[in-house]
Write a protein that binds this ligand. Sequence first.
Ligand SMILES: CC(C)(COP(=O)([O-])OP(=O)([O-])OC[C@H]1O[C@@H](n2cnc3c(N)ncnc32)[C@H](O)[C@@H]1OP(=O)([O-])[O-])[C@@H](O)C(=O)NCCC(=O)NCCSC(=O)C[C@@](C)(O)CC(=O)[O-]
Length: 308
Amino acid sequence: MANYPQSVKLVEVGPRDGLQNEAEPIPTATKRELIHRLAGAGLPVVEATSFVSPKWIPQLGDAAELFPSIERKAGVHYPVLVPNMKGMERAVEAGVEEVAVFTAASESFNKKNINASIAESLERFEPVMALAQEKGIRVRGYVSCVLGCPYEGHIKPQAVAEVSEKLMEMGCYEVSLGDTIGSGTPLKAQTMLAAVAQRVAMDRLAIHFHDTRGQALANIQACLELGVATVDASVAGLGGCPYADGASGNVATEDVVFMLEGMGINTGVDLEKLHATAVWISQELGREPASKLGRIPVEKAIAPLGWK
Ligand SMILES: CC(C)(COP(=O)([O-])OP(=O)([O-])OC[C@H]1O[C@@H](n2cnc3c(N)ncnc32)[C@H](O)[C@@H]1OP(=O)([O-])[O-])[C@@H](O)C(=O)NCCC(=O)NCCSC(=O)C[C@@](C)(O)CC(=O)[O-]
């Protein structure tokens, strides 16, 4: 039997990664309600928005208005993405306690996503990290394209390990490994994670799978076998990066919770409340949830299955 963790920390990225690619403007009040519902369902981390250029990501252009209006629940973290010093200053002004910086294991993707090489992006983060330290703000790091790049194809696990280690050396408390285009499969995911874990302690790593090719749950299970215990997911399977051709939704939080709790792994999440949130936000966006669980009525999806 694999040595699965007893509990997993879920990082809910729906309000940021999930909504950033939505074409129609979403009211700030709807975003706020989504964040409140997710925290209310027991998610310990709810990535709220991003302070990037509104020219690049118009949907999240209301970050400075949204963030201060969130009623923050005690014990819940609300990180926001920042790409540069300008974003960091805006985030500090809005009162954030945690930010996430993001780069990639692929030069071409980084250029498309943040108009910088990997080295340039790390240079940009230096003053961000310094200001974070001064203000007592925690910094998470993201590495995109860890299992493939829409422009370069295969990405070497060593490239992922190198950039992850650099982010940790710069002061990130955790690095999230993003399969941006969902091209990974379980054994490749394990090989990549094992290579990174040679350079960064496993308890400092998170996994971030997109379900573009239906591999996300299998990839998560494979990585749990290696001992990773932090998993990013997005309610209703919302998501996609506009600068990664072919990227689709993140793995759905409710599907992940169903799998983990069914395996006896504690998440602290109330699945009925989460299911209701998935159905609600999907209705707000005028579509069905992209998750499997969210498409089944709650009374059939969870209760009668003897699932735990
Ligand atoms: C990094 C830049 C800004 C470079 O973009 P640039 O065009 O090279 O930057 P610039 O410095 O020349 O600025 C251009 C304009 O944007 C403004 N600007 C500049 N910075 C900011 C800021 N922070 N906030 C507000 N405004 C800003 C700046 O002031 C200027 O305004 P103008 O003078 O033209 O009026 C841009 O490329 C950018 O914002 N990119 C963000 C793209 C993004 O958010 N992608 C999605 C997130 S990553 C992701 O989804 C992957 C992940 C994390 O989920 C993991 C995975 O799945 O892989």
